[in-house]
Ligand binder design. Structure first.
Ligand SMILES: [Zn+2]
Length: 166
């Protein structure tokens, strides 16, 4: 773990230079299942979970601009899409033109700590390319991530998210 400190551009607060990004391994509903249930009820790999052949989850990122820095902080999170969208995404999986696909309506499938109203909030999912994760755009203004995505976050806020990594 990198223990170097850097000054936050917005307030000068010293924060860890380590910018490891908060990532959720599974959608919350899947994480709540026992291993046995998960193996019986789910069809999955690193990027997708299908629960009971009826619910479709996709691993995405929630990109947040960082004020004063060129890069973004991306929370690794899951979105639930409908069957039609899932089929379309599956068909386009290797397609290098997939970023041209219009955004798809979805719901956020993780409760992100330090935010309010995140679980099940309305989002769009935008495909970005065959080797990069789809991006979540928060639509629901009641979710506190909406404002953070529109106006950006401070470096020390990014550090708070990273501090949740266990
Ligand atoms: Zn700051």
């Amino acid at each position: 773990m990198n223990s170097d400190l850097v000054a936050c551009p917005c307030c000068g607060k010293l924060v860890s230079a380590n910018r490891m990004e908060l990532t959720f391994r599974r959608p919350d509903e899947i994480a709540a299942l026992t291993d046995e249930d998960r193996n019986i009820r789910c069809w999955y790999n690193n990027d997708i979970y299908v629960l009971d052949d009826a619910r479709f989850f996709l691993r995405c990122t929630i990109p947040l601009p960082i004020a004063g820095l060129p890069e973004r902080y991306s929370i690794g999170a899951w979105a639930e899409v409908n069957r039609e969208s899932f089929k379309r995404i599956y068909d386009l999986w290797e397609d290098d033109q997939q970023a041209n696909e219009p955004p798809m309506k979805a719901h956020l499938a993780n409760n992100i700590p330090l935010t309010s109203g995140s679980l099940n909030c309305d989002v769009n999912v935008q495909l970005t390319g065959p080797t990069t994760r789809p991006e979540i755009i928060i639509i629901d203004k009641e979710c506190s991530l909406h404002d953070e995505q529109v106006t950006g976050i401070s470096l020390h806020r990014a550090n708070e998210y990273s501090g949740l990594i266990r």
